[in-house]
Ligand binder design. Sequence first.
Ligand code: FE
Length: 182
Amino acid sequence: MRAAALEALLTEKGLVSPEFIDSIVAAYVNDIGPMNGAKVVARAWVDREYRQRLLADGTAAIAELGFGGPEGEHMVVVENTPEVHNVVVCTLCSCYPWPVLGLPPNWYKSPPYRARMVREPRNVLAEMGLDLPESVRIQVWDSSAEIRYLVLPERPRGTDGMSQEELAALVTRDAMIGVARP
Ligand code: FE
């Protein structure tokens, strides 16, 4: 309701047109979504050097595949390993890497997720269907005003013969936020 009220006010004052807002929403809903991120992950799974570039400078490596723009100017990619599982949150609001994941799901913006993921990540992940062994350390990344995070999940076993396109189809939005595994 607050967002709708703000949009109405901005429109009324002539600061934005409704078409402008609709076109941005449509672009992220229809054209820019988690498949961009999935392509980045699949490439990192098959190309060792790309993976190194991605972890060293996420923004530049993601731009190599043609993705970038608002809410993705300072990308940091964090890699899951058998020992460490990464998960992303924005405790302050709802910061999210739009160019690679599209628009955030509602639960990502909800106060319980934002408050609890930093306090009891293991419980929240279990409630979301991801039971991690006690031996796996959970690293929670809280988005700042500038930095947006993308989780690079582990490549699933038994996928050796798969093409980059087939691998990309295994990568879900939730796996790249860190609340699921591919
Ligand atoms: Fe935020």
